[in-house]
Design a protein. Sequence first.
Length: 161
Amino acid sequence: INWQEETRQFNAAVASMERNIATLGMTSDKAKRQMIAGVISRARFIGDVSTVDQLVTLRRISLLLEDNFDNLRMEDSGAIWEELVVVLKNYNENEAEKRPRSRGESGFIFKWREDDVVTVIVPLDFKDWQLIDEFGRNLESFRWDEDDDDYAVEHSRLSAR
């Protein structure tokens, strides 16, 4: 074991942790609302959805994101959230599309486009806990720590696709 390298990595991890702790909670309420408003402004609907249902759904999402801002680490992965596109899909219109959901699948689909924009297809009839759970679990896969040596290589590889 190369103890000098282990010590260097440990010290770097501790320094990174201390930087994160020092800035945790520094995002103002106004900045949080602006980030959430950006997500809501890019939301799209697929299928026949009434205007009232659209407004209610967007309000639900905005309240969920505001209540779970820290749990979803929106501050840490702001670059993803600033470009994220939410597409709400009415799965009830097409019988063929109902089948995967009847097998227990959530209906959420996460895609990373070539221009580094994450698109999330969300079923219109999502449950509050599903949205938070799916976002929390899946968006972590799209987030890297830029201090990580593999970040540039992995980011370049995915961007080249």
